[in-house]
Design a protein around this ligand. Structure first.
Ligand code: SF4
Length: 401
């Protein structure tokens, strides 16, 4: 554990007059390493000043990860952007009516993408996309086997319970049998997508036809029981209330108490470009930082909170590191369209390793490259880049009279 200032030390420099007895009691719980309740989380969302949220979330982040911020070098394959489902927040589903605007990769297309990275220092392929009947259980198992045969050390993080529920049902296999088959075909971990908002009051309005919260949680539970790890997300900032966010996190915290299989929680901000919920405003940056901080404080049994920098924009991603985030995700190449199509800040979500490392270092953190399972691969603090040698100083300008 790092020695660092406790919330009490730091609260002494905040305006104590702003803090209610409830907030001071939450601060004490956090300082003592105790779990906060649902009521506490609501109080943080509704009443806590950002300065307090930052102090508390940062305290937990330091306790868990010290001064390190993690990143991973991966690439994405999105088999298709056409989907049989009609989630209202999604900028993909409209394409089912006009498939000409979409793509549907063949197995060979996807293997060609994998081979394109043969000489690159990537450790993970992240596979997720729309749901279509031709991408069934046999198709995906064959794809995973072929990727493993080609590059055995490449970690396959693939498909969410949305796809698994559909392909298991179509193949007429139980979840247990389906999970056995995907483990055998070489999938190493599950990404966190498809969770959206678990509460039926909201889920039925925004994602009525895909897997339910219970099905999402059950597939992750079976996955953890098979000895594997996964992540979890929340889609926030649309029609949900704070109570729905807390209910969502409570269900994740309970499953994590049971299995311990989740690694990272990833808050995803709702973006309003070209979807059926475009009439809604997007959340403010204040709301975004609250979401990171409260999730860091509430999910005491999750090791990491991740920000997806193309979604937030690189500058706000940097700020998020003072609200509990210890992991920055994003591709090293322009291989995902999911968020750019939804109107994310970064329409071309690629960043050189130099840029990502600089972004972490200028926020005062230690940039650590990790693999998918958070084994530390390299400390980039003292690595010298060619870009560091570029002249950034005085440039003579013409004198204008
Ligand atoms: S969010 Fe996923 S499941 Fe829903 S419509 Fe979009 S691609 Fe399909």
């Amino acid at each position: 554990m790092n020695t660092h200032q406790t919330p009490s030390d730091l609260i002494s420099i905040l305006d104590k007059g702003e803090l209610t007895p409830e907030l001071l009691s939450i601060q004490q719980k956090v300082e003592q390493g105790l779990r906060i309740s649902d009521e506490d989380a609501l109080c943080l969302f509704e009443d806590a000043p950002l300065s307090l949220l930052s102090v508390l979330a940062d305290h937990i982040r330091i306790r868990k990860s010290g001064n390190k911020t993690f990143f991973n070098r991966n690439f994405h394959i999105e088999p298709t952007n056409v989907c049989i489902y009609t989630c209202k927040f999604c900028s993909y589903s409209r394409l089912i009516k006009n498939r000409a605007d979409g793509w549907e990769y063949t197995m060979d297309d996807m293997l060609a993408i994998v081979k394109k990275y043969d000489d690159q220092p990537v450790t993970e392929v992240h596979i997720v996309g729309g749901v279509l009947p031709q991408y069934d259980l046999d198709f995906y198992c064959t794809l995973f086997e072929k990727i493993k045969a080609h590059r055995p050390e490449l970690h396959i993080k693939a498909l969410t319970p949305v796809e698994y529920h559909y392909i298991f049902k179509k193949a007429k296999v139980s979840y247990e049998e389906g999970v056995r088959r995907i483990v055998a075909s070489g999938v190493d971990s599950l990404p966190g997508g498809g969770a959206e908002i678990f509460h039926p009051e909201i889920r039925e309005q925004i994602a009525n036809d895909k897997c339910t919260a219970e099905q999402w949680l059950r597939i992750h539970e079976l996955w953890h029981e098979a000895g594997k790890r996964s992540n979890a997300t929340i889609l926030y900032g649309h029609i949900e209330r704070y109570e729905h966010r807390i209910d969502h996190m409570r269900q994740l915290r309970e499953l994590q108490d049971k299995t311990g299989g989740f690694q990272t929680f990833i808050p995803l901000k709702f973006r309003n470009k070209e979807n059926e919920m475009s009439y809604l405003d997007e959340s403010t940056v204040i709301e975004d930082m609250k979401m990171y901080a409260v999730s860091r404080i509430y999910l005491d049994n999750f090791d990491h909170i991740k920000a997806y920098w193309p979604m937030l924009g690189r500058h706000m991603a940097q700020v998020s590191m003072t609200f509990g985030v210890d992991d920055l995700d994003g591709t090293i190449d322009d291989t995902t369209k999911i968020y750019s199509m939804a109107g994310s800040e970064e329409q071309n979500p690629s960043m050189r390793t130099y840029d990502l490392v600089s972004l972490i270092k200028t926020a005062g953190r230690i940039p650590i490259e990790r693999d998918t399972l958070y084994h530390e691969l390299k400390d980039w603090s003292d690595v010298s880049f060619e870009e560091d040698q570029e002249y950034k100083g005085y440039i003579a300008l013409p004198i204008l009279n």
